[in-house]
Design a protein around this ligand. Structure first.
Ligand code: GRF
Length: 187
């Protein structure tokens, strides 16, 4: 049974979809939630599903050992970033080569990089007059949003769409595809 860790800092709707998707699966399960924000919704989700959650502090996360040890102690095989806002330390990337993926709410390589998260992404897409946006699932490397792209799905940006309209469409795409793509990568 493969052990998945989901890193999330926010509401955690993608984390919950991931937990749900693997809950009846015999080959993989979400075994751990890693969060960097006390009070984040994802911690409640972990509690609800009876999944262990650890809250990481900057010093521990970016320190000499980063959070590799707690992951290895729990036999974590694969890491899923679902709205985790800190950059992943190089040692952690090296400890999980091609075993760590992120989801980004736009069609990379556009609208990615430092500072491009949450509503800022959707605002930029709309301001640029893009006719479509979407999701990108990609491997994680040492640079924000630059690892190899594994999967993309798109949706139209319609005239009059607000950033929150677009965010809602993108959430639907994320919830539809993310867990399936992770399952495929693990198989
Ligand atoms: C998602 O839109 C994801 O693309 C981004 O962070 C958001 C997390 O949303 N990286 P949620 O907390 O899973 O609802």
């Amino acid at each position: 049974m493969k052990q998945i860790a989901v890193f999330a800092s926010g509401t955690g709707t993608n984390a919950e979809k991931m937990i749900e998707h693997f809950s009846g699966n015999l080959s993989a399960r979400v075994a751990l939630i890693v969060c960097n924000k006390a009070g984040a919704g994802v911690l409640e989700i972990a509690k609800k599903w009876g999944i262990e959650a650890i809250l990481v502090e900057k010093l521990g996360f970016f320190g000499p050992k980063s959070c590799i040890l707690p992951l290895k102690q729990r036999n974590i095989d694969f890491i899923v970033l679902a709205g985790f806002l800190w950059k992943i330390p190089a040692e952690l990337v090296a400890a999980y080569p091609r075993k760590m993926v992120n989801i980004h709410p736009a069609l990379l390589p556009k609208y990615g990089g430092k500072g491009m998260y949450g509503m800022k992404v959707h605002e930029a897409v709309i301001a640029a007059g893009e006719k479509e946006s979407g999701i990108s699932i990609h491997y994680v490397n040492e640079h924000y949003d630059e690892g190899d792209i594994i999967f993309q799905a798109s949706c139209p940006v319609e005239p009059g769409n607000s950033p929150s309209d677009l965010a809602a469409k993108i959430h639907v795409l994320e919830h539809t595809h993310f867990a399936k793509v992770v399952e495929w990568l693990l198989s």
